[in-house]
Design a protein around this ligand. Structure first.
Ligand SMILES: [Zn+2]
Length: 542
């Protein structure tokens, strides 16, 4: 099986004339001036592919007089220098995905046991114990077409993240906020982001077991740009369907070898991990240190509040300058930017949110305009998908529940019990009992009767428990509504931030029956607050 990354047509691009096609890397580099942009919707894919093209240019720019010179040519709208292109083409054998000795970005000597889900390559695919994702998966059966496998492989260098069992993040640590300067065509875009780096060049490492030449020294840039924190090996492709793009009857790879790379572990000073000496040109750094700016709070990411991290900090006397990015500094007056913001929580090993923002410029005013002006008032109410009912019991509600308890006979309760999960018109016998009670109170002009639906549901629930449990206790405080699950509970018993909506219709009835049933099965069932339940349902249902 042959699949060469430079020759296969896997890269979706938008041509300036409006055509959209998958092209080969060689074709794309050859015609960069005629291509509008790389056309990938996912910001992580977009950045990874863009970074790969840039790395190729960094790698071979020396053949055309260096990075600065290549950059200048590209910025003038010229095509990629022929010498650079020829250099890349000559290196084609490095980019074969299934080469027996040196497969691209893989380690052919890796121990091939315990294969993992092919989805390991994608932050948003559920794999292993990382299950809370948009794209639910199945570790055994998940397959990727070769084009998507390439996208996943290219993500490994810029976007790898720490994981359990010693999986290390990439050279710049957890995925940072990255920036891309965008131009009118791909040649200009590449030129804008191809900025000279003030560290040693070093060697690109496209295959085999990745190892830094000296992790204690500043990392040479070709080494950093091909930093591979994993030992990966793709099995031979088989026909199948791709779980990422949906293509069917294509060559696909299933479970892959996806191991930790001990050689890319962070260095330690005592107990503390210290970052590698490397400044990614697209990442932001608050000072001269090597720790990037990254978004880590989902609550802040949801409304751009995390962008505050890109502004000057003015906490009391301690003023901290705006974080800097080399690409931004080298293109000060440029208009047209893309911010790629992955939000990663160190406690949850995968990226749980990633977004891109297209901006005209990156001035503090522009960034500030994206951040919500006022701190939103923290509203616990409504967060759970329901509004906490008020603890107010009207005369009508009390009267209805008390009269039901006092006036209804066993036969009446039996009729209502038979109406489980039924609407009023589906259960005539129960409806007779119900209407006798309800309309009786209405005729007495008692204020604040519950709605018919709330009253109907409460009576059905009261009918479902033994007589003893139906009695009204002055100090009853078991509230079935409070016991409904409103937030997912994680395994440590803490409430998680993901709300569960309050069920409606028969699901609500089933959930309440469950809660009551569990109470009855307790050694000492708690007295049920029927009046509170009726009042709560009255507020929630209509
Ligand atoms: Zn695919």
């Amino acid at each position: 099986m042959n699949y060469n990354l430079l020759e296969e047509k896997w890269l979706p691009v938008l041509w300036k004339n409006g055509n959209f096609r998958h092209e080969s890397v060689i074709e794309v580099l050859n015609h960069a001036g005629e291509i509008r942009c790389i056309n990938l919707a996912n910001p992580l894919d977009y950045f990874a592919v863009h970074r790969f093209l840039l790395t190729l240019l960094y790698w071979k720019a020396g053949l055309a007089g260096g990075v600065e010179k290549t950059r200048e040519l590209l910025l003038r709208g010229k095509n990629i220098p022929v010498a650079v292109l020829t250099g890349i083409k000559e290196a084609t054998p490095c980019f074969d995905l299934f080469n027996e000795e040196s497969p691209f970005l893989q380690d052919s000597d890796v121990k091939r046991k315990d294969p993992k889900s092919a989805g390991s390559l994608f932050a948003e695919c559920a794999t292993g114990t990382n299950i809370a994702h948009f794209h639910h998966g199945d570790d055994e059966n998940m397959r990727l077409c070769l084009n998507c496998a390439v996208l996943g492989m290219l993500r490994v260098v810029p976007w790898s993240q720490a994981g359990g069992a010693g999986l290390t993040p990439s050279v710049h640590n957890a995925p940072p906020i990255m920036v891309v300067a965008t131009g009118d065509n791909l040649a200009i875009t590449l030129g804008l982001n191809l900025v000279p780096l003030e560290v040693r060049t070093g060697e690109a490492k496209w295959s085999g077991h990745f190892q830094s030449t000296d992790p204690t020294k500043p990392i040479p840039y070709l080494e950093a740009l091909t930093w591979n924190p994993r030992c990966i090996y793709l099995p031979s492709p088989q026909p199948g369907a791709c779980w990422y793009c949906g293509q069917t009857a294509v060559d696909t790879v299933g479970k892959i070898i996806y191991n930790k790379n001990e050689k890319t572990k962070l260095l330690k000073k005592g107990n503390k991990s210290i970052p590698f000496s490397w400044h990614d040109p697209s990442a932001f750094y608050p000072d001269k240190e090597y720790t990037t700016v990254r978004s880590y709070s989902e609550a802040d990411a949801k409304d751009n509040k995390d962008l505050t991290l890109l502004l000057e900090k003015d906490a009391g006397k301690k003023k901290q300058e705006r974080p800097k990015s080399l690409v931004v500094e080298r293109n000060m007056d440029h208009q047209g930017w893309l911010l790629v913001v992955p939000c990663t929580n160190p406690a949850n090993n995968k990226t749980f949110d990633h977004r891109q923002l297209e901006l005209n410029n990156l001035s503090p005013e522009t960034i500030r305009a994206l951040i919500p002006a006022q701190e939103e008032q923290s509203r616990r109410q409504g967060l759970d998908g329901w509004k906490q009912p008020k603890q107010f019991y009207s005369q009508g509600i009390k009267q209805l529940v008390l009269s039901a308890e006092k006036l209804l006979t066993q036969t009446d309760w039996g009729a209502i019990a038979n109406a489980a999960f039924k609407a009023m018109h589906e259960a005539p016998a129960a409806f007779d009992v119900f209407s006798g009670l309800y309309w009786g109170l209405r005729d007495k002009e008692i204020n604040g009767l519950p709605s018919r639906n709330a009253a109907w549901l409460v009576l059905k629930l009261m009918a479902a428990v033994p007589t003893q449990a139906r009695l009204i206790h002055a100090k009853a405080n078991f509230s079935p509504l409070q016991s409904l699950p409103k937030r997912q509970i994680n395994e440590r018993g803490r409430t998680s931030i993901y709300p569960v909506s309050l069920p409606g219709g028969p699901r609500l009835e089933a959930a309440l029956r469950d809660v009551l049933d569990n109470n009855m099965h307790k050694r000492y069932p708690e007295p049920v607050d029927w009046i509170g339940l009726c009042s709560g349902l009255d507020q929630l249902l209509d």
